[in-house]
Every structure is written in structure tokens, then in C-alpha cells.
Ligand binder design. Sequence first.
Ligand SMILES: Cc1cc2nc3c(=O)[nH]c(=O)nc-3n(C[C@H](O)[C@H](O)[C@H](O)COP(=O)(O)OP(=O)(O)OC[C@H]3O[C@@H](n4cnc5c(N)ncnc54)[C@H](O)[C@@H]3O)c2cc1C
Length: 490
Amino acid sequence: MRSDEWNVVVVGGGAAGIAAALAAGRMGARTLLVERAGFVGGVSATLPWLGFHDQRYQRVVRGLAGEFVETLARSGHASPITLDPKCGSLAAVHSHYWKILALRLLREAGVTVLMHAVFVDTVRSHDRITGIVVESKSGRETITGQVVIDCSGDGDVAARGGVAWEKGRTGDGLVQAPTLVFRLGGIDDDAFRKACQDPAFNYREWLAPYPRLFAQMAEKLETVDTYVLGGFAGVVEQARRAGDLNVPQTRIVGVKLHTRETPNELSVVMTRVLGLDPTDVDSLSEAYARVYEQVPELIRFFRTYVPGCERAHLVEIAPMLGIRESRRIMGDYVLAADDLISGARHDDDVAMGGYHIDIHRPSGSWVSSTNVRAYGIPLRSLIARGVDGLMMAGKCISATHEAIASSRVIPICIAEGQAAGTAAALASLPGRDVRSVPVAELQSVLVDAGAELGLDELERHPDADSWPELPFEETKVAPDAVIADSAWLT
Ligand SMILES: Cc1cc2nc3c(=O)[nH]c(=O)nc-3n(C[C@H](O)[C@H](O)[C@H](O)COP(=O)(O)OP(=O)(O)OC[C@H]3O[C@@H](n4cnc5c(N)ncnc54)[C@H](O)[C@@H]3O)c2cc1C
């Protein structure tokens, strides 16, 4: 049994948890990371990383996210960060080398990582969260820590500890549609690129109302290997009419990926079911059964209907169902859509975001998007309300259904994790707790560690002027489609 008292205990080793544990470990805090899988990375393993920049191509995320992607790029395991008119920017990341790097950095920082260790309960003494209970091959053990950071993506620690949380959109509680992501290899780069450059395929529907921007982007495709797709609606409809595609998705959604060792792959983000309750095991199990069946169906669709994909083959299926939204822990501040749309800054900002509000429609197809300005994420959104000793980072921070739809992307989750881990390490110093950490001290430590807090003017990417930039108030495209009842989990 482990009887140590830890300074910082992090539950969940996804993008946010890795950053939280690493930041705390590098501060010298005795840090434990608990992960139920046999690797770290969570959903971030197998996906491209979006949103280092806002839509004006200002850099909003640096720090650990920058360090990770730049380290991987140096060894050929990530693409350069490439600009994108809707997502700001993106980088293709080699999933396995990301897991290797993350684990190595955690060990170098002195973090103890418990693998195949499942968080099962929260230890609460009056209004303080004092530890967690973990179940593993070694049995059940109680772990005490001065600060616990919930990076489970589901707000598990909060829920078990009687801390307030919300789930889904106001009104019906439905969460964004989940997707099991998979990657295709064997894409004929030239043929695929030509199709994307052909306005008839409408590969990026956001650009369709702006032919000049589309032409600019089509030219860019000659020079970049990594780019985002959201379109090809006509091709999807053709397959549906022919009875070849029943997946409840009306667009090709994905990213053309390219790293030195994994050229010409396609990340496909099209499987989906509606009505998932991500905290209900029966609902989850039924969702898995359905989305796995959709993978071969989609591969057949790509090989038959999409130029350049005739010889595409399955390379990898993401290690877990991609749940875009689950419990959101209520904190001292609830980040809301208005904050994002107005580009609000707060005195206690400890991270930033600039990715659009990207809602994979809970009861429809494809996405609804609302543009945002570079916004600050306050420390108060990372501190659980009504208790001491509990923080959170990643997709379960204190935010609304709409705000999470922006802050959930990987670089922003990493920035939140870095902030929470650093704050927790400072909070574990004698005589302190999470609410008494001096904000100026925390911000100064974060800036010294390379984080972007927007304290000075944000830097525009050097190539920004030559890339298409969408207007803030965009022409709306693509109304919600009617989805067959069979797409719903019962
Ligand atoms: C389908 C999909 C596609 C996406 N595409 C992109 C994209 O292209 N680019 C991008 O930047 N973002 C994308 N996102 C968003 C982004 O990937 C996630 O929101 C982000 O990775 C979440 O990170 P996280 O650390 O908060 O959560 P997670 O990655 O979910 O990590 C949570 C971790 O906690 C562990 N855990 C959970 N419960 C327990 C427990 N009880 N005990 C122990 N461990 C536990 C899990 O195993 C996991 O490792 C996508 C999301 C989805 C769902």
C-alpha cells in the first residue's frame, strides 16, 4: 500500500493531466498521476492538435503545448504548425511518439505515474478534498494529496466528492455527438489534393461563400501537407442515396495528416451516435458497438467515392471513444460563450484560447460554429466551487456547454493543465491553499515557463497576411440535417 502524502495528485493522463502533472513535477512538487489505461495521452493520442492560434493568426497557446509539438517536430514526429482559416492553426502529431515523449518527460520531472490504476472514489473531509481511492492490480488504496486535479475528462473526482457539476446543453442535457476517430493510410496525395482544390467538392464549406478566400486556400494546399476538411457533402449524399452509407454524418470531417514517418494519412472524424450519456456504462457500451461497425462502412465509402482514397487502408483506431463533452465541474467562475465571443480578459487569466465554438450537433449532423476572439481562461475556472483542495483542467473545467466547445481542443487543454499544475504546486507550499496562491506570482511563473497569458500584445504568425481570414460574422452555411431515429442510442 502507498502511504505517502503527495503534494499534487492528478487523476487522468490525457493532454490536460500530462501537462498538469509535468508542470507540478517541474516545480518540485511530489506529484502522482493516476491513469486507467496503459499509456498516457487520452484522446489526444491519434488526433491532430488544433488552435495554437486564433482566427486572426495570433498565437494564443505556447508553453508546454509548444514544447511538445516542437520537440516532436525536431525528430520528424510532428508537422510544422500550419495556419487554417477556421481552426487558427494545426499540427499533425505522431500518436505513438507523443505517448513516448509524454511518459519520458513525466519521469524526468520526477512524477510517479500509476498505469492501469482506476480512480474509484474521492476522500472528502468536511469542505476539503483530501485524497482519492484507486483500484489497480495491487488492490484498492487510498492516496492523500494536498491538491487533487481532476483531469478525468468526466469530472469523476468532483462527482464522487459531492462537488457541483453540469452535463450537456441547457434544456435537454444532450452532449455533443461522440466520435470514434480512425486514421487511413495510403492516400494518393496529388489526387486527393486536386479534389480539395476543385470547388465542386466544396472540401471546406466555410470558404464556399468567399470564392477569393477559397482560391487563396486552394493555392496554399500546394505547399502544405496537413489541412482540415469539412465538406464533400455532395459525395456523402451520393453514397447515402446509393445505400452505401448509413452513418449519421452529412460531411467529410477530418484532417489530412503528414509527418516524416507517417506521410499521407487521413484522420477521419465521421463515426457518430446521438444521445450518449458518457457517464452511463450501458450507454457507452452500446455506443462502442455502433461506432466500431461504422469504421469499415466508412472505409468502403472512402475507397469508392473519394478521389485519391481508392487504396486507402486502416492504420489505427483511436484508443478510446472520443467524448467531446461530459460532466463540466462548476468552479468559482463559469466561462461562457460571451467571454469567448467578446475576447474577455480577466485579472486572473492563467491560459488562453482562440479556437472557434465548434459544436458537433447533439441532435443533428456536422457542426455549428461561432467565431471567437482571443480570450483568457481565469484561474477561478480551474478551481472547484464550494470545496478546498480540488482543481480541474481539460474538458471538465468550469465552463458552459458552448464555451467547452472551444476550450476542449488539445493545445488549450494542455495550457489549462500547465496552469492548474503550476497553481497546485504553489498551493502546496506551507500555509497556502489553491485560493491563496498570489495570482501575480502564478502568472509570473507561467510566463517564465513560456505560457501565453496575453499580458503583452499577441504575436501574429509571420505568414498571417498571406493566408485567408474569415470574417468574424460569417455567412451561415449548412442548416441542421434531419437524422434518422436509428442513429439514436435508446
Ligand atoms: C472525436 C474527437 C475529435 C477531436 N478532434 C480534435 C482535434 O482534431 N484536435 C484537437 O486539438 N482536439 C480535438 N478534440 C478535442 C480534444 O482531443 C479533447 O477534448 C482533449 O484531448 C481532452 O483532453 P483531456 O485531457 O481533458 O481528456 P481526455 O483525453 O479524455 O483524458 C482523460 C484521461 O483520464 C483517464 N481517466 C478517465 N477516467 C479515469 C479514471 N476513473 N481513473 C483513471 N483515469 C481515468 C482517461 O483514460 C484519459 O487518459 C477532439 C475530441 C474528440 C472527442
